[in-house]
Design a binder for this molecule. Structure first.
Ligand code: ARG
Length: 469
């Protein structure tokens, strides 16, 4: 057995190591480091530093020349990162210290004045709010594009008949357009949830400093305004320790993911060999390396699968935060991985779903045939008995049940019953009953507001375009 060499002692951290004789243990450095995750905050971090430096100068806390050097240096840091020339250093822990250390290399002494009247605690809280705000601003047009894809196909298939299901059993015929419009509504609410989250998160923590505020005469309104916030967060302790904005983002993401997962599950059923309601394009299916005949709905399956990540991310952050006393604790550094992962995953899922919907081919004849089976017009028969013969609905339900029973025995659908068969159960039935028993007539008759009739679907598409696009 070879003895493990003792890890070399690291030098103390240049930004906070004043009171430390030695640097961290190697394992301490490894558990502490977050740069591989939080480097994604670089643009927000630099924007917040710029706003802070400009405010410090206006308040006379920084000399104009120092502020100028800082602002110029931050621009150079930003350019280096964006051009891929920036060297991120793990020993500098996180994005805040990587940016500041590079600034010091570039401009020297004034860089050390940037951190006046702030802390990494208000810094990270500010950066993270800005990042999530940007993520919401990127997600909203993607969700809107999905609605557009659904609306276009809904309009095209306003009169395409399919079986409407409850309990996964044939219930009543519906139109495919109507079915797609259900998802337009869900996505509309998802957009609303993100918009609500954006409104609530738009308060600026900057200037809360470590937790108690600062003794410097800062102008928190100015930094808040410069960063596009509605105003400064009112309580410094809350400002640095609140993460409900991130939790809310994850909750909205998890709910949106759940909607996409349900649609993905439907697509998977619809393309299955037993259903064949739709065909996905080659662009959104994959083959099998062993079974040459396969066309697998992998994109839909991954949308369904990734909803698990979204739900997991929400739980992950709730659990991290729930036991934390005020104010900041390093546990909070664990807030970013679930949020970044959720934003990435949801972005992929939304785009893949829009792609599948735009490309899919509808097998209308197969859908219609399925809609006509399973006694799906039994409710229409019962309604006819109420409307034409004046039967109470409960009695009409019973009569219809008896007729379904006879049809089942004969191996025919309701339209396949003879008038004699029907009259044996209810002598007042006449041949006009047959007009309500086809799937098309059934769907066309459901003209109530929000109903499935093609005319209603056309109107609903127009209304949804006005509401959402
Ligand atoms: N990397 C840290 C985080 O993401 C920044 C804040 C560190 N603050 C501190 N007091 N150690 O939470």
């Amino acid at each position: 057995m070879t003895a493990k060499p003792k890890p070399a002692k690291m030098p103390a951290n240049p930004l906070w190591g004043g009171r430390f004789a030695t640097g961290p243990a190697e394992i301490m450095a490894r558990i502490n480091v977050s740069i591989d995750v939080d480097r994604r905050l670089y643009a927000q971090d630099i924007a917040a530093s710029r706003a802070h430096a400009a405010m410090l100068a206006r308040q006379g806390i920084l000399k104009p020349a120092d502020a100028e050097a800082i602002l110029g240096g931050l621009d150079r840091v930003l350019a280096e990162i964006e051009s891929g020339n920036f060297v991120f250093k793990a020993e500098l822990e996180d994005i805040h210290m990587n940016v500041e250390a590079r600034l010091a290399e570039l401009i020297g002494e004034p860089a050390g004045r940037l951190h006046t009247a702030r802390s990494r605690n208000d810094q990270v809280a500010t950066d993270f709010r800005l990042w999530i705000r940007d993520a919401i601003d990127a997600l909203d047009p993607a969700l809107k594009d999905l609605q557009l894809a659904l609306l276009d196909r809904a309009e095209e298939h306003a009169a395409t008949i399919m079986p409407g299901l409850t309990h996964l059993q044939p219930a009543q015929p519906v139109t495919f357009g109507h079915h797609l419009l259900a998802y337009v509504e869900m996505v509309g609410r998802d957009r609303g949830r993100f918009a609500d989250c954006r409104t609530r998160l738009n308060e600026c923590p900057l200037g809360a400093a470590a937790l108690a505020g600062t003794s410097f005469p800062i102008d928190r309104d100015a930094t808040a305004t410069a960063l596009g916030f509605d105003g400064p967060a009112a309580n410094s302790l809350d400002a640095v320790s609140a993460r409900d904005f991130a939790i809310e983002f994850l909750a909205a993401s998890a709910i949106a993911g759940t909607h996409l997962s349900r649609l993905a599950e439907e697509l998977i059923l619809w393309v299955s060999d037993r259903w064949r309601f739709v065909t996905l394009s080659d662009a959104f299916t994959t083959g099998s390396s062993i079974m040459p005949q396969k066309r697998n709905p992998d994109a839909a399956e991954l949308v369904r699968g990734k909803s698990g990540r979204l739900i997991g991310a929400l739980h992950q952050l709730l659990i991290v935060i729930k036991g934390l006393p005020l104010a900041y604790a390093k546990d909070m550094q664990e807030d970013k991985p679930p949020v970044f992962d959720a934003a990435d995953s949801l972005g992929l899922c939304v785009a893949a779903t829009a792609g599948m919907i735009r490309d899919l081919r509808v097998n209308a004849a197969v859908m219609l045939e399925a809609a006509a089976g399973g006694f799906a017009t039994a409710t229409d028969l019962a309604d006819w008995l109420v409307r034409v013969l004046g039967l109470p609905f409960r009695q009409a339900h019973h009569v219809t049940g008896q007729l379904v029973h006879i049809a089942e025995k004969r191996g025919v659908d309701l339209v396949g019953l003879s008038l004699e068969d029907m009259r044996a159960i209810e002598p007042r039935i006449d041949e006009t009953v047959f007009s309500v028993l086809t799937a098309e007539r059934s769907a066309a008759s459901r003209t109530s507001f929000g109903g499935t009739a093609p005319q209603r679907v056309h109107e609903a598409v127009q209304a949804a375009r006005r509401r959402f696009l």
